[in-house]
Design a protein around this ligand. Structure first.
Ligand SMILES: [Zn+2]
Length: 265
């Protein structure tokens, strides 16, 4: 009886896996999304020119650090098909070691209001009404409480990117929570070979891999310009195999193929 149960469990698991497979556009075999956080100057100076030369798109999660010097550039990028995402106004995080604004005293309502203000700010920059979000420091908790479900109910953003390591790519789409979309958060110093190894793992899985990048050749949590160039070079050789959309394009596509449930955690 026990064995029969195990066999049934195995079969249901396998058929579940088959259902969760996704067919990517243009017969591509997997998807990679490049995301850049915190509106860092090195992104405009180093990352963007290399992306544009390679005709690749990406998503930039911005805070109110965008200013009179950079807003014209961000606006131009939006016009050229890059996505500007919401990363709050002040980037509040737990503790104050690395971040000037601690999130410890925030309520869910306060951070959602802050996301709403940034939403209006970004509307003034690019005129877009649909927005994606990335949790500051990949933390879904403020003031000791998880605010994912509050954010979900507020319907301000449709998808939210969370964090993860190099194993955090998505293969099981039917269980994907659109407000906890995992990503490979770079820690800084990754080599081109390490970044390419991640892409290859995603390719083998047929899934979706999202990379969270900060500084490129400068600023903080930095990868070298050369590491990004090697990654871009590899992605260019895989153009027929890998789809490389913005975060919103990828999630809209996944949602259309496999309607994502508003899951309660
Ligand atoms: Zn950030």
């Amino acid at each position: 009886m026990k064995i029969l149960f195990l066999i049934l469990l195995l079969i249901s698991g396998l058929s579940g896996m088959a259902q969760n497979q996704i067919k990517w556009p243009e017969n591509k075999k997997s998807t990679i999304v490049l995301t850049y956080d915190d509106a860092l100057p090195s992104q405009l100076k180093v990352a963007v020119p290399d992306l544009q030369r390679a005709k690749l798109t990406a998503t930039f999660f911005l805070t109110s650090d965008i200013d009179s010097n950079s807003i014209a550039s961000w606006r131009m990028l939006s016009k050229k098909g890059f996505e500007l995402g919401n990363h709050t106004v002040f980037h509040p995080c737990a503790g104050t070691d690395d971040n000037p604004v601690p999130s410890d005293h925030y309520t869910a309502y306060q951070i959602i209001r802050e996301i709403e203000v940034m939403d209006r700010f970004l509307y003034a920059v690019d005129g877009k009404t649909k927005r994606t979000f990335a949790y500051p420091c990949a933390e879904t908790i403020v003031g000791g409480k998880d605010y994912v479900d509050s954010l979900r109910k507020y319907t301000l953003v449709k998808y939210a990117r969370a964090g993860g390591d190099s194993t955090a790519f998505i293969t099981d789409f039917s269980h994907l929570d659109p407000f906890r979309v995992p990503s490979y958060g770079l820690e800084g110093g990754e080599t081109g070979a390490q970044l390419i190894a991640f892409v290859k793992k995603v390719q083998q899985s047929g899934g979706l891999g999202i990379i969270m990048i900060h500084g490129v050749g400068g600023d903080y949590i930095t990868i070298s310009a050369e590491a990004q160039r090697q990654l871009i070079g590899y992605l260019q050789t895989q153009r027929n195999e890998i789809w490389i959309p913005t975060f919103q394009q990828a999630m809209d596509y996944v949602n259309k193929q496999i309607p994502l449930k508003a899951q309660k955690q």
